[in-house]
Design a protein around this ligand. Structure first.
Ligand SMILES: N=CN[C@@H](CCC(=O)O)C(=O)O
Ligand SMILES: [Zn+2]
Length: 414
């Protein structure tokens, strides 16, 4: 991808932050109008003032990889995992993704909408103001479109903005288990309708042993590109098949997981300017001992972003702050690299880098006021929520509650 001059941060630039001390900012009509000192701000006229004294304020967090809309849950898989049954074996036996497919097919659009609202509101409480949401638990026309419609409706009604990704190629359903190519043809046949109704901005595929091969993924994603979609790939998550190399070949906007990616694959990602979307929460939850080689990626000049991968199987958490800690401990990323990963680079990974992800004049006023004095504190003190206030397009949409230490949550959208 060509991002021009103001693209994602990479290499040494990933380890730099612009920090304004004792600063104030003015918001007009949902965008940042100016940044000045708190002394200057005393002269500004404002309808509403938010006191941030002594506190950290950052851009709203952006979660660029989630599977937000799904039916059911998979807590019954925990004991299988504990017995050492591998993730792909559970899938092969008709569980895993396929069990969520059954629950999602059986859920009404309204049920999915209510359930996704609950998860999305929790993400907002953790400081997330923009989310990417994938389909992929339908694996048939009706349910895939149902999932995408739910995500689009959430984008219309919920304060958090959503971008949608069509992941119809997430697994081979039982009906096509002996003919995955035919199944991909069916998913390909949905692309025109998805495009014309603007139901998704991206197309993704799970390129993995026992799911879709490199050849099948190349064929499918080329068709999506020909229809005008940007593409993403679940690449090298379990087995190093060469998904990163394919992402580079296809000029994907991002490649996801990349746990087993080779050094050659990393170089190709850097050359092709594919953003590496790393998901350390998934490695943690699958009990893996190896994680994506973030240090090597940053050294080679790959722009890295981080996401929850929120889904009912391999990473059931809405908490992007927790992922920031995993990135520090397991990926050895610095606090500055982590903040760039979950803000500006995440925005670029979902095509919104021009308008959000940093605090600067004319950028969308999506902000988080933290119960912390400095940016290093958030990945350091883990497992709790540090958010005090979330501002979305200049409006307060979440405030930590004061009663009994519990959070209260309010959101309206004008
Ligand atoms: N690996 C493929 N898809 C998801 C998991 C989906 C699931 O297990 O339900 C992922 O990115 O980890
Ligand atoms: Zn995923």
């Amino acid at each position: 991808m060509d991002y021009g001059e103001s693209g994602p941060r990479k290499g040494k630039a990933m380890d730099q932050l612009v920090i304004h001390e004792n600063a104030a900012l003015a918001i007009v009509e949902g965008v940042v109008a100016k940044i000045g000192s708190h002394v200057e701000a005393a002269e500004w006229t404002a309808k509403t003032r938010v006191d941030c004294e002594g506190k950290l304020v950052t851009p709203g967090l952006i979660d660029p990889h989630t599977h937000l809309v799904f039916g059911g849950s998979r807590e019954h898989e925990m004991s299988l995992k504990q017995k050492g049954v591998p993730y792909l074996e559970i899938l092969k036996q008709g569980g895993g993704i396929l069990s969520t497919v059954k629950a999602t097919r059986n859920a009404s659009e309204e049920e999915l909408y209510q359930k996704s609202t609950f998860h999305l509101t929790r993400m907002l409480a953790f400081g997330v103001t923009t989310v990417e949401a994938k389909s992929g638990y339908g694996l048939e026309k009706e349910t895939e479109l149902k999932q995408l419609r739910v995500a689009n409706k959430l984008n219309d009604n919920h304060p958090v903005d959503l971008v949608s990704t069509f992941l119809g190629a997430h697994a081979v359903p039982e009906e096509y288990k002996n003919n995955p190519e035919k199944f991909l043809d069916v998913m390909e046949s949905l692309l025109d309708e998805i495009k014309s109704e603007n139901l998704a901005q991206f197309v993704d595929i799970f390129c993995e042993t026992g799911v879709f091969s490199i050849e099948q993924s190349r064929h499918f994603l080329k068709k999506a590109k020909a229809k005008g979609f940007h593409v993403k790939i679940h690449a090298d998550e379990i087995d190093p098949l060469g998904g990163a190399e394919l992402a580079a070949e296809l000029d994907a906007i991002s490649a996801e997981h990349l746990v087993g990616t080779s050094e050659e694959g990393i170089k190709k990602l850097a050359d092709a300017k594919v953003i590496a979307c790393l998901l350390p929460g998934t490695c943690f939850y699958l009990g893996k001992s190896s994680y994506a080689k973030a240090r090597k990626m940053i050294e080679e000049g790959v722009a890295v972003t981080l996401a929850t991968d929120f889904n009912p199987g391999s990473c059931p958490t809405e908490n992007l702050q927790l992922i920031m800690t995993f990135a520090a401990i397991q990926l050895k990323m610095t606090a500055k690299e982590i903040w760039n990963a979950v803000t500006v680079n995440a925005a670029h990974a979902i095509g919104l880098g021009d308008e959000r992800g940093i605090i600067a004049p004319l950028k969308q006023a999506d902000l988080v006021l933290w119960n912390a004095t400095n940016y290093e504190y958030i990945p350091y003190h883990f497992g709790v929520n540090h958010v005090q206030t979330v501002i979305k397009k200049g409006e307060i949409v979440y405030e930590e509650g004061e009663q009994n230490g519990e959070s209260t949550l309010s959101y309206t959208r004008s």
